[in-house]
Write a protein that binds this ligand. Sequence first.
Ligand SMILES: *Cc1c(COP(=O)(O)O)cnc(C)c1O
Length: 350
Amino acid sequence: MSWEENVRKVEPYIPGEQPKDKNIIKLNTNENPYPPCPAVRKILDNFDEDRMRLYPDPDSDVLVSAIAERYGLKKSQVFVGVGSDDVISMAFMTFFNSYKPILFPDVTYSFYDVWAEVYRIPYECKPLDGNFRINPDDYKCENGGIIFPNPNAPTGVLENTEMIEDIIKSNSDSVVMIDEAYIDFGGESCLKLIDKYDNLLVIQTFSKSRSMAGMRIGFAMGNEKLIKFMNDVKFSVNSYTMNHITQLCGAEAIKDEKYFNETVNKIIHIRENTKKELSALGFEFTDSKSNFIFAKHRSMSGEEIFNKLKENKIFVRYWNKPKISQYLRITVGMPDEMKKLIDVLKEILS
Ligand SMILES: *Cc1c(COP(=O)(O)O)cnc(C)c1O
């Protein structure tokens, strides 16, 4: 008998590339091109390194309080984690323990099946329709839980909250998680439903709309009971997940509503302009309500455009997977980056 037989084997998630070369136009991991709000700079400038001797607050109270205040919730309705990847992973461990399969779309965030595999959770993928839309009836069968992003990734397609409420209502025996990583770029959050449904968990992140992907802050909002169960699991794995300086920066970042609205609106504006330019070049795309555009070209293959952009030091994301192998996922960057993208695409396509 070999020890290898007892290894928890799993095929890991592959994150988008983080190139060392500073000259690369990086439109491949949906980072925000704007810096975090100015108050974050102040926290960093005034930070006393002696504080590092001490463990951070295991409850992340300053951050939890700031999030609760921002969304009009009780602190007991907010769970924070090291990026929403950490939050979702904890939520899978906490709520998806049934022998029945959990459900998520066939085209979606490619971390869900990895978590399901690593935690040995059975799962079933429900096909999106030809326009990458969810059919709510697919989610009205026996299941051990449900998760999908809204807007979906990598399609950017937004579903309305009435349809999602229908799914939540029809599944009172399982936890429904809505991964709202991109909701701030033009969608309506399901947060308004958490008091009505005790099986709804809404998950958001500071990585996209708050320009803090490198800090690693994610959070879940839901019924107090759900949050308590998640904290019980978290404190059974690692109490000190989020460091002190991150807690302080996050708490400041969520208070600056003005800066948040300004930068989010700029990104929406650039996104819509870029859609027009791409359309003129023969691209077709979904009506993305996120900080990326999911586009395919009428004649040139997705893989070819991806490779040619890369040769020109422009990185976007491409998946050689069923249904989406002709598409590119292009993060919305600064106006000058989008101009360069369009110029290079013109050359490639000419
Ligand atoms: C980016 C993203 C996440 C993870 O974000 P974190 O950086 O871990 O907060 C989760 N879900 C979706 C759909 C995403 O696109």
